[in-house]
Design a protein around this ligand. Structure first.
Ligand code: AMP
Length: 426
């Protein structure tokens, strides 16, 4: 490099995003498989929507006064002049897809799940990223409070099946369009009295949506908010009954929970039940999952009167509290010599892979000794040796690396040996 050449800047992942590398990705795959197995037991089926959506979807769905919409959206104008947003959460996409495809007219239960990346332009910290992954669970058209309890039970079962301990379940009811206006009025009055002690953002929220003050992360605002009136005292008879029923079903499941009257959650659409499961093993960002009921979203989207309830779980946070070790898949290393050996190696790799045995072979004319060294380093369970003699006889040497034993045989014989000794290596 000459003295004038400017120093090259290394390209790096965008702040708040992460690569999930081999070694880590196996844990993700295990967790994802475990999640799929479990949620399908509860009748959930996967619904995959695009990562980009019209910005309007989240303004209408997530809510124009939410932090997500006002501050955190990755929104841009595309070449056609449309405002597009990288989804910050999944519920509005799910509701849109149902309406667009009229899934509500099908006889199946509307229970859907999805796992994938979400995007929020928040300040990155431990447990909070700009691209993160969520498991999203939604049930539509089921008004019964038993369904709220059932998904909370499922969330607990999911965490239990993955070995997550030390969790706490928080529940609340945020009322509905009948009872919330009176609460908002009183909340506004209380917030107005301490306006000077609130951050500028919360001062603005007093007029736009006082409930959102509870989302504020500023310590002073949190202290003030703790003294504000509680929504639970304002619930209309229908919401009160619904909440009592949810709690009674949680009791039936013997789920320990805490009623947390300030749990309003950051999204505008919740009605009645809200809940969170927090982990004591996490730091400031301690919510593993959160959700609740949203009975008005479909109507607000111009669709039929279909209620919804669900939750979203952060997979990064979940994985950070797990202690899972994954084992490398066993492989057969094919050691070969010369052009004929290489050709035979390619043929045999195809044969073994076709039989479900993972194979590795490397090129570059290394000697057998060096190839054994590599096989050892790569943790191969078996090494197949293809030298001149072997090609001539059509019989190959198979070394069992753990036992140190070596056997001669045709490819079919050796396949049987591998299968017998190891079950399924695929
Ligand atoms: P929310 O969609 O805000 O209700 O969040 C549901 C769950 O998603 C949270 O409990 C977290 O586990 C996870 N989550 C939300 N935002 C982030 C983020 N920025 N980074 C990582 N995980 C997140």
């Amino acid at each position: 490099m000459s003295a004038e050449t400017p120093a090259k800047k290394t390209l790096a992942a965008i702040k708040g995003t992460k690569d999930i590398l081999p070694g880590e990705v196996e844990v993700w795959q295990m967790v994802e498989a475990g999640i799929r197995r479990l949620v399908e037991l509860y009748g959930f089926r996967e619904l995959r929507a695009p990562i980009i959506e019209p910005t309007e979807l989240f303004e209408k769905g997530t809510g124009e006064t939410s932090d997500i919409v006002t501050k955190e959206m990755y929104a841009f104008t595309d070449k056609g002049g449309r405002s597009i947003t990288l989804r910050p959460e999944y519920t509005p996409s799910m509701a849109r897809a149902i309406l667009e495809h009229r899934l509500d007219l099908q006889p199946e239960l509307m229970r859907y799940y999805y796992m994938g990346p979400m995007f929020r332009y928040d300040k990155p910290q431990k447990g909070r990223y700009r691209q993160f992954h969520q498991l999203d669970i939604e049930v539509f058209n089921e008004k019964d409070p038993a369904v709220d309890a059932e998904i909370i039970e499922m969330a607990g079962a999911l965490l239990g099946s993955l070995g997550v301990a030390e969790t706490e379940t928080l529940v609340n009811s945020v009322g509905c369009r009948v009872c919330r206006p009176a609460y908002s009025r009183d909340l506004k009055a209380s917030a107005e009295k301490v306006r000077d002690r609130l951050c500028p953002d919360c001062q603005r929220k007093i007029t736009t949506n006082p409930l959102r003050i509870f989302d504020c992360k500023v310590e002073g605002c949190r202290e003030e908010a703790a003294r504000f009136p509680k929504i639970t005292g304002y619930l209309c008879p229908e919401c009160r009954e619904h909440f009592a029923q949810v709690l009674s079903y949680l009791d039936l499941y013997k789920i320990a929970y805490k009623v947390e009257p300030n749990l309003v959650r950051g999204l505008d659409y919740y009605t009645k039940t809200t809940f969170e499961i927090i982990s004591r093993g996490l730091g400031a960002q301690n919510a593993l999952l959160g959700g609740g009921r949203y009975d008005d979203m479909m109507k607000d989207f111009g669709g039929p009167d279909i209620c919804g309830t669900g939750f979203a779980m952060g997979l990064e946070r979940l994985i950070s509290v797990l202690h899972i070790r994954t084992e490398r898949k066993k492989v057969l290393y094919i050691a070969h010599m010369g052009e004929d050996g290489k050709r035979k190696g390619l043929e045999l790799a195809r044969f073994f892979r076709g039989s479900g045995i993972g194979c590795l072979l490397e090129f570059g004319n290394k000697g057998f000794k060096a190839q054994f060294g590599r096989a050892n380093k790569l943790g191969a369970a078996w090494v197949l040796i293809i030298g001149e003699d072997e090609i001539r006889k059509g019989l190959y040497q198979l070394k069992d690396m753990a036992a140190g034993t070596q056997t001669e045989g045709t490819a079919e014989d050796l396949l049987k040996i591998i299968r017998k000794k190891d079950g399924d290596m695929s």
